[in-house]
Design a protein around this ligand. Sequence first.
Ligand code: 5GP
Ligand code: ZN
Length: 110
Amino acid sequence: MSENCLFCKIIHKEIPSEFLHEDDICVVFRDINPEAPVHLLVVPRKHVRSMNDIQKEDRDIISHLFLVAKHMAKEQGVNESGYKLLFNVEKGGGQMIFHIHLHLIGGWKK
Ligand code: 5GP
Ligand code: ZN
């Protein structure tokens, strides 16, 4: 847990939020400002500042995020229509919250 980290506070339920999925490695909740009908954030419980800071020891966490995203895409009914999986990296890459998270974005009208 990193103090003053919004996503750590959400993970530790200091800020109420509905989890669509949670396990021992990550949680999933809806983006507060969705870019598409489906916009979820897959967030590891471990506080890692940016994708620039991931280490070899984090590889199981990172691969887990993708497997959970695949599962959530199916649950949200966008697996066949298609979706984007995205990490924004550092300010220039659009990162605003410095606790890594995988965006799952989809559900656009055909
Ligand atoms: P980033 O730009 O860091 O990749 O993505 C951060 C995302 O977190 C943004 O899409 C933003 O809308 C979302 N966000 C910011 N604050 C909150 C919040 O308090 N709750 C939720 N659920 N999402 C948030
Ligand atoms: Zn954090």
